[in-house]
Write a protein that binds this ligand. Structure first.
Ligand code: DMJ
Length: 629
């Protein structure tokens, strides 16, 4: 009635106002969007791995953002090119700023058909492993199932504009060469033995077709994960990944050696996480990292050698309260990286404290350290003995590598490294007869011994890495001389394989070579150090002789250590080609290190683990450099 009483003008004004208000309402509703979606659409992985201490300042600030946060933080780090994500649904690759390029071979072979097959496998795997939030496909394509309703074949989309890292993928693929194929063949043979007779156990005993346990944690399998990734062994990797997901349990009443489990297990998991982008490996790394922490509860904070990862207790070896210097100073790369990834500073704090303490200690000889350190007093013990071999070796390696990892800012590390190399030159370098090979001997209470462990052959590679990172060219000269010596430790022996320890002749004697071998030292454990250094030398010089030397070594491993039914074995006698006396043990580092460095040595692709982006831990597990060059 009232409406009818209104004039036409009044009715029009009211209708206009209603219409206006209705339009405003719709607009404001739509512009609100679906705010909850920005939370729920984010993968659980991303939410879970936000640093728990947001304002955390690491002692050595992590300039590189933790991978999970990379997409959000890239604006702050101009040197890292952001990966432009396609609109969801999308397949997220591994951390774009850290990931190595897929091998060129993979790029070449990446057909649409392959892609959809991989995705189907992944979807299937996801069904099988319901506990996992996201699943991983080959080389890091992660699918978060709740983000996509599209059929698998169209799920894989490359980012529209590749980042600079990915732009490198567009280069001509570098095909795998014949020598690399030979390494793949060797790996497969070793893996066959492990799979058939030792699956899920620590080490293969290839002759007795059984296994041995050290920690009972599938050591060989974990050590080999990133090797499989780098070699492109997809099926093997996926099978091993399943074992890690379903069977790797750290909640075990078992004593493990802090150093060995850090470099092999923690290092292996971290590196595999970086290469694959699969959060499973980070979760496992966090678990073992936490379980190793009780080792640092000592009066001096110098960690004990052994930890019970189930009970959370730690202790030194039964006969002493000493720890080994190399062991307590070669866990830093891994624990520092774990802090960077988790945002939990406790890991880095513990290991940095050890380094700072060792930096101030007396008892060094021109930068050279003794082999033992007491966990109560924090002082070096057994003073006066200096070696670059067992019990001290990786102390020197990790000085340089931590400095590189942290962006070349931690001067104390560099100082200690430079001083130590001067100490090596002053006290430990000698030349042998007749070939005048430069070697690194040992010093015991002022007496020089011409003894050199094969372990010392890490040194040429480390020196070359330092020179590549701007240290004096003298270091490269020394590296060149030492790698020649390490090669001769193979070439002058009957099987062409190095013994564990050699003694060099200081005086020329008719009919004698440079290298002498004592009966107790003539075993070969399939160690990696020489091949490791050959890899660095080839990367930095491009001199093909280093590849040729490595090729000889691979052939001799095949000739004298290969077991027909699968696997390789360490041998007791490198001087007896007709009976090298197989020892019946394949060390995990043969797959973790030796074959990986062989494969990289034979590659001409400097982006296959680019040494300006990655630093290898002492077990050959590449970890990202926080400020890549
Ligand atoms: C590996 O576990 C590591 O390379 C360590 O630094 C020394 N020993 C073995 C390989 O020889």
């Amino acid at each position: 009635k009232k409406w009818k009483q209104l004039s036409r003008l009044q009715r029009s004004v009211i209708l206009f106002l209603f219409a206006f208000l209705a339009v405003c309402g719709v607009i404001s509703y739509t512009s609100m969007g679906e705010p909850w979606k920005s939370v729920t659409n984010k993968s659980l992985d991303d939410q879970r791995t936000e640093p728990e201490i947001p304002g955390l300042k690491l002692a050595n600030p992590a300039v590189l953002p933790a991978p999970q946060k990379a997409d959000a933080n890239l604006g702050n780090y101009p040197e890292l090119s952001p990966q432009k994500l396609p609109k969801p649904p999308y397949v997220r690759r591994g951390p774009s700023n850290l990931q190595i390029k897929p091998s060129r071979r993979d790029v070449r072979l990446k057909t649409r058909h392959d892609s959809s097959r991989v995705v189907e496998e992944v979807v299937q795997a996801d069904k099988e492993e319901k506990t996992e939030k996201s699943v991983i496909s080959w080389r890091g394509a992660v699918i978060e199932p709740d983000q996509s309703t599209e059929p698998p074949s169209i799920k894989i989309k490359e980012p529209e504009k590749p980042s600079s890292v990915e732009a490198e993928d567009q280069k001509e693929p570098v095909p795998i060469n014949e020598r690399q194929m030979a390494v793949i063949e060797a790996f497969r043979h070793a893996w066959k033995g492990y799979k058939d007779f030792a699956w899920g156990h620590d080490e293969l005993k290839p002759l007795s077709k059984s296994y041995s346990e050290w920690f009972g944690l599938g050591l060989t399998l974990i050590d080999a994960l990133d090797t499989m990734w780098i070699l492109g062994l997809k099926e093997e990797f996926e099978e091993a990944r399943k074992w890690v997901a379903n069977d790797l349990v750290f909640d075990k009443n078992v004593d493990v050696n802090l150093f060995e489990s850090t470099i092999r297990i923690l290092g292996g998991l971290l590196s595999t996480y970086h290469l694959s982008g699969d959060s499973l490996f980070l979760e496992k790394a966090k678990d073992i990292g936490n379980r190793l922490m009780p080792a640092f509860k000592t009066p001096s904070k110098i960690p004990y050698s052994d930890v019970n990862i189930g009970r959370g207790t730690a202790h030194p070896p039964r006969w002493t309260s000493d720890s080994t210097v190399a062991e307590v100073t070669s866990i830093q790369l891994e624990f520092r990286e774990l802090s960077r990834l988790t945002g939990d500073e406790k890991f880095q704090k513990a290991v940095d404290e050890v380094m700072k303490h060792v930096h101030t200690l007396s008892g060094k000889n021109d930068g050279l350290v003794p082999m033992f350190i007491n966990t109560n007093s924090g002082q070096f013990t057994h003073l006066g003995v200096y070696t670059l071999g067992a019990r001290a070796d990786s102390y020197y390696e990790y000085l340089l590598k931590q400095w590189i990892q942290g962006g070349k800012k931690e001067n104390e590390l560099l100082e200690d490294y430079m001083r130590a190399i001067e100490g090596v030159k002053k006290h430990l370098l000698q030349r042998s007869q007749p070939k005048k090979l430069t070697f690194v001997g040992e010093l015991a209470h002022g007496h020089f011994s011409a003894k050199m462990d094969h372990l010392v052959c890490f040194l040429p590679g480390t020196l070359a890495l330092g020179a590549h990172n701007g240290l004096t060219a003298d270091h490269m000269k020394l590296a060149e001389a030492l790698i020649e010596t390490c090669y001769q430790m193979y070439a002058q022996v009957e099987t062409g394989l190095s013994p564990e320890i050699v003694h060099f002749n200081l005086h020329a004697q008719k009919g004698h070579k440079d290298v002498e071998i004592k009966p107790a030292d003539r075993h070969n454990l399939l160690r990696p150090e020489t091949v490791e250094s050959l890899f660095y030398m080839y990367r930095f010089t491009g001199d093909k002789k280093y590849q040729d030397w490595g090729w000889e070594i691979l052939q001799n491993f095949n000739k004298y250590t290969r077991v027909p039914t699968g696997g390789y074995t360490s041998i007791n006698n490198v001087q007896n080609p007709s009976n090298p006396e197989p020892r019946d043990k394949m060390e995990s580092f043969f797959l973790g290190e030796t074959l990986k460095y062989m494969f990289l040595l034979f590659s001409d692709d400097i982006d296959l683990i680019n040494l300006d982006k990655y630093v290898f831990n002492t077990e050959a597990h590449p970890l990202p450099i926080w400020v890549p060059a």
